[in-house]
Design a protein around this ligand. Structure first.
Ligand SMILES: O=C(O)c1cccc(C(=O)CC[C@H]2O[C@@H](n3cnc4c(=O)[nH]cnc43)[C@H](O)[C@@H]2O)c1
Length: 217
């Protein structure tokens, strides 16, 4: 009988899942699922997977945008926290997060022990690696004004994607440690889809997943 997987990896789309699976080389400790694009889809699908089977760790993995001056295209970002950056209210004096409004929380800390351990191992690769807050947004940022507003809202914001907070919320509610890793495919700012380096980012995500296999023993 095959031993059940211990680590759940959630991607948004098939291309990301393929990159992760290729790097993992059928390592039976990992189960990789496509959770869908956006925090709601991944939260539902992560929660379903965690209800069906026991896992000791959940990882949100994919490509993402890097904030200018924080994470360049081709680098990796490991999240210290996942911030639901547009969950709240706009007011005449600025943005109010869910925490400010008293309706809950908009930030989930990742597992600091695992993140530190992984960062040390990733720093031994040829890739540039950063750790810092990764924002979860519902709308991909398309102007430098929004990029500035978001980085002002969250100190140290390093990357932006669309799923981390949803995966993290499901992991937290099931009491399972969690982190997010993003391979940077584009700059957060004025939209230019033709400039996205998706293949390079997926290759780098693969390098990171090979390291994951070695460190998560
Ligand atoms: O076009 C492709 O071949 C392709 C292959 C794999 C993935 C994609 C995606 O577009 C994935 C969507 C996914 O990407 C994240 N993402 C990437 N950059 C950003 C960004 O600047 N802001 C927000 N999200 C970003 C996001 O998590 C999406 O789910 C395409």
């Amino acid at each position: 009988m095959q031993t059940p997987a211990e680590i759940l990896i959630v991607t948004a789309v098939d291309g990301e899942k393929e990159a992760v699976l290729n790097a993992l080389e059928n390592d039976s400790r990992f189960n990789v699922i496509v959770g869908g694009v956006g925090a709601v889809a991944v939260a539902v699908n992560t929660s379903r997977a965690l209800t069906a089977d026991n896992y000791r760790l959940v990882i949100c993995a994919g490509i993402g945008g890097g904030f200018p001056g924080k994470a360049a295209v081709g680098s990796l970002v490991v999240a210290t926290e996942c911030v639901a950056a547009d969950l709240g209210a706009e007011t005449p004096t600025g943005f109010c997060s869910l925490d400010d409004l008293g309706f809950g929380f908009a930030s989930i800390k990742t597992d600091s022990g695992i993140v530190e351990h992984l960062m040390k191992a990733l720093q031994k690769t040829e890739l540039t690696v950063h750790s810092g807050p990764v924002l979860t947004v519902s709308t991909i940022t398309g102007t430098s004004g929004t990029a500035k507003a978001l980085s002002h809202r969250t100190k140290g914001a390093s990357a932006e994607a669309m799923e981390g907070f949803g995966v993290g919320f499901a992991a937290l509610s099931h009491g399972v440690p969690f982190f997010e890793i993003r391979a940077i495919s584009n700059v957060v700012g004025p939209r230019d889809r033709t400039s996205w380096k998706v293949k390079e980012a997926l290759d780098n995500l693969g390098v990171a997943c090979k390291v994951l296999r070695e460190v998560l023993v």
